[in-house]
Design a protein around this ligand. Structure first.
Ligand SMILES: [Zn+2]
Length: 322
């Protein structure tokens, strides 16, 4: 596509997920003009994945007729803990990497200035800058997919905390005696509202013999179950779905209300697979947040759905300042 080659400023954003890596060519207006994906196996050796990413960058540039010298920056978004100084990924829960120098390696291989950021921070930054157009100074991003991640913008800047690992709102304890969470704690926000946890709870009941409208929705195959099916069952009056749905919105509402009391954001952006896969979740959570939060903290608050969806981390990583 010739128009891509003629774009004045181009950056590349890389989103490293648990099962795939996506690379996007991003123009200065934050639009992904071209994108490529590769799949990645769990626990894959670092050196191999690093080389695959470098190749992906090469292909993306070549296919769009762009010399690498014209790429302003490569921005990487990765789950896990990142050392801001060195650009190393200290721990990647998805890929099992520990202390790998991805930023330095890619910079050396590609000869392009490279930055690295936590994936949820990158996503909320992308939403803030290119979808909200920086219209608010204080924004909370909550991403509810298989797990729950958070990103916080305070006074127009991403809040990273003392050692760069702030914003882990998915692991706020909502109930000390609650469900076990993958992080080792019990009763985390994620353990109540993460898509994989909701699905597991429903699947357990189905495997122990629960039938009802949900069984029909799934055509008898509980393996395909996701949060959207729970909403569907809830709307049809399925008893199990109704219980699960109420639990999700009550805990999610309580978590958001607590965060509103703490941060007094102007906007809460909700994104992630569970949010995109359901129609009414945001509408039903709003009144619970309003009921539980302190009145002054919630005045003027807007709760909205993320717009950039799966491109948010790519776009944010390409532009976020370290
Ligand atoms: Zn947890």
């Amino acid at each position: 596509m010739a128009y891509v080659a003629e774009e004045p400023e181009l950056r590349i954003g890389i989103d490293i997920g648990g099962s795939k890596i996506a690379a996007g060519l991003v123009n200065r207006r934050g639009r992904v003009v071209s994108k490529k994906r590769i799949s990645v196996e769990k626990q894959k050796a670092y050196a191999k994945v690093r080389d695959d990413i470098a190749l992906l960058i090469d292909e993306l540039a070549t296919e769009n007729g762009i010399e690498k010298a014209r790429i302003e920056r490569i921005g990487i978004a990765s789950a896990g803990q990142i050392d801001n100084e060195t650009g190393n990924i200290l721990f990647s829960p998805n890929l099992g990497w520990r202390d790998v120098p991805l930023r330095a390696d890619l910079e050396k291989i590609c000869c392009v200035k490279t930055s690295i950021e936590n994936d949820v921070n990158a996503a909320i930054y992308g939403e803030w800058r290119f979808s909200l157009l920086k219209c608010a100074r204080n924004v909370l991003g909550v991403y509810i997919g298989t797990g729950v991640g958070g990103g916080i913008i305070i006074d127009g800047k991403v809040y990273r905390g003392f050692s760069n690992v702030g914003g882990e709102i998915g692991h706020i304890t909502l109930n000390p005696y609650g469900y076990p969470c993958n992080c080792g704690n019990t009763g985390c926000f994620e353990a109540y509202c993460g898509g994989s946890y909701i699905a597991q709870r429903a699947q357990r009941r189905l495997k122990s013999g629960y039938r009802g409208k949900l069984w029909g929705i799934l055509g008898g195959n509980s393996d395909i179950l996701h949060a959207g099916h729970i909403e569907e069952g809830y709307l049809l009056g399925d008893e199990l779905c109704e219980t699960l749905w109420r639990e999700v919105i009550e805990y999610m509402g309580a978590a958001l209300a607590g965060l509103v009391n703490l941060l007094n954001p102007e906007i809460i952006v909700l994104g992630g697979g569970v949010i995109y896969g359901t129609q009414r979740l945001i509408d039903e959570v709003k009144p619970i947040v309003e009921k539980r939060a302190m009145a002054p903290s919630i005045k003027g608050l807007r709760i909205i759905r993320a717009k950039l969806e799966e491109n948010a981390a790519i776009v944010g990583a390409a532009f976020i300042e370290a």
